[in-house]
Design a protein around this ligand. Structure first.
Ligand code: NAD
Ligand code: GDD
Length: 324
């Protein structure tokens, strides 16, 4: 049997790194491409190209064959502290759209049949996410479109782009809408980290009975999906007969205050919350998992706490190492 091949765009990033690991376990020959090597793990791809996917010549070089599977994860992205401040809007839209335009077209020209594209829950309309206890994020609630960030608008454009190649060029691209993915080897400091990593870092670096800062009143809600289930859902969707778009997320919704309490409990600390002004994004968000269950016969099920235990242990080690 010939060895299957995969291209992972964004292989130096959090989800890309975990995906390469899983594909190698499955016996794939893997090429990774990114602006940088993975920060927290060894390179596991058979071939790792340092390259800028905004450049067409780089895309031509890395998409040089008919890969069995292509995963398009490369993007200019970050948590609330990066995408909601407004300071990076032009870069986010330009960088990510250029990458997606290049990859969709080059894959079509090289006769690649199937590209997985990672869209985001940030594409859902803000008007359905104002009630923290009852956000609406069913896939068919996407229109009339009104994402609350330029990051979300670019995701919406690009998911439409990959699906247009299906209709007009006979491709079988797959689109997932990820809901806040977390886990070890994710960005945990520097401004692009998301709430789970930021809270783990703050809890780990604060002594018992100390105080930690939380953006907003902490009553905003989210759900967080552990990386292993994100990878599982990604592979299941890619290899299924369903093109999406479909949510890949947890439906265990918590307030940010509850998130802090769970992490504090894992750490065995009593901490005081200081609510401060900060970029907060939508008031409530939760994954609606009806469609994924219906179409893939699978849905994420791991409790939030177990993923946070793994993540806290990893971030706590990093905090200690940095302090030493
Ligand atoms: P990440 O930032 O860790 O990984 C993205 C990678 O893309 C980075 O390593 C970055 O260097 C690379 N990249 C950026 N511009 C590039 C360029 N011009 N050329 C080559 N590489 C480039 O992010 P992640 O958490 O691994 O997310 C992966 C994908 O999933 C992204 O498209 C992101 O928007 C999407 N997503 C993630 C989440 C989440 O919670 N992590 C939620 C929704 C959607
Ligand atoms: N990052 C961060 N850091 N968020 C904090 C903090 C903190 O110290 N304190 C409170 N929060 C709050 C934010 O204000 C926000 O209301 C909530 O925690 C969640 O923040 P993030 O995890 O940073 O981002 P998000 O859930 O709004 O958006 C993320 O998920 C999307 C998919 O669901 C981002 O990663 C997007 O890029 C992603 O597409």
């Amino acid at each position: 049997m010939t060895q299957k091949t995969a291209l992972v765009c964004g292989a130096g990033g959090f989800i890309g790194g975990h995906l390469v690991h899983r594909l190698k376990q499955e016996g794939f020959w893997v090429r990774g491409v990114d602006l940088k090597f993975p920060e927290f793990r060894d390179v596991e791809a058979d071939d790792f190209v340092i390259g800028d996917l905004r450049r067409q010549d780089v895309c031509e070089r890395v998409i040089d064959r008919r890969f069995d599977e292509v995963y398009q994860l490369a993007a200019d992205m970050g948590g609330a502290g990066y995408i909601f401040t407004g300071e990076h809007d032009a870069d986010i839209m330009h960088n990510s759209a250029t990458i997606n335009l290049n990859i969709a077209d080059l894959c079509h020209k090289r006769n690649v049949r199937r590209v997985f594209y990672s869209s985001s829950a940030c594409m859902y309309p803000a008007y359905n996410q104002e009630d923290p206890e009852n956000p609406k994020c069913a896939e068919d609630s996407a229109y009339p479109a009104a994402p609350d960030s330029e990051y979300g608008w670019e995701k919406l454009f690009s998911e439409r782009l990959f699906l247009a190649y299906n209709r007009n060029h006979g491709m079988s691209n797959r689109v997932a809408r990820y809901h806040n993915i977390f886990g070890p080897q994710g960005t945990w400091q520097g401004g692009k980290e998301k709430a789970p990593a930021a809270i783990c870092r703050k809890v780990a670096s604060t002594p018992n009975n100390g105080e930690i800062e939380i953006w907003g009143d902490g009553l905003q809600t989210r759900s967080f999906l552990y990386i292993d289930e994100c990878i599982e859902g990604t592979l299941r969707l890619t290899r299924s007969g369903f093109e999406g778009p479909v949510n890949i997320g947890s439906d265990e919704m918590v307030t940010i205050n509850q998130l802090v309490d769970i992490v504090s409990d894992i750490a065995g600390k009593t901490l005081h919350k200081k609510h401060i002004d900060g970029p907060t994004g939508v008031r409530g968000r939760n994954s609606d998992n009806k469609l994924i269950e219906e179409r893939l016969g699978w849905r994420p099920s791991q409790p939030l706490r177990s993923g946070l235990e793994e993540t806290y242990a990893w971030i706590e080690r990093n905090v200690r190492r940095n302090a030493a």
